[in-house]
Design a binder for this molecule. Structure first.
Ligand code: FES
Length: 122
């Protein structure tokens, strides 16, 4: 797993989010009241609303467009709505915030699979 440092915890507003622009799209890094951090794609599973501008409470964010509630822990919409936004690993170490981009990890795994497949071919 590759970690990318995105800055200090104090640069992410408590009960808010900071947007990180990556080659895999914008990622919203959220900070809860108890200073946990979570990272999701900055796209609501409903119609792509910017989750980074939503209201954070508990371990959830309410989308600013139509008020769907998304779990920060899983990226899944809470019932009765259905859908899921991509989630990324996030952590705080020594006051610095790190994110591991899920797509980058998937691509690395895919390359490994490809090599294994090629080795068994004739
Ligand atoms: S786009 Fe998020 S609730 Fe509609």
């Amino acid at each position: 797993m590759q970690w990318m440092e995105i800055g200090g915890l104090d640069e992410v507003p408590r009960l808010g989010a900071r947007v990180v622009r990556t080659g895999h799209g914008d990622i919203a890094v959220f900070r809860t009241a108890d200073d946990m951090v979570f990272a999701l794609d900055d796209r609501c599973p409903h119609k792509g609303g910017p989750l980074s501008q939503g209201i954070v409470y508990d371990r959830r964010v309410a989308c600013p467009l139509h008020n769907w509630v998304i779990s920060l822990e899983s990226g899944a919409a809470m019932g009765p709505d259905t859908g899921c936004t991509r989630r990324h690993e996030a952590k705080v170490e020594n006051g610095r915030v790190y994110v591991s981009i899920a797509a980058a990890e998937a691509r690395t795994r895919g390359q490994g699979d490809g090599e294994a497949f090629a080795a068994t071919g004739t």
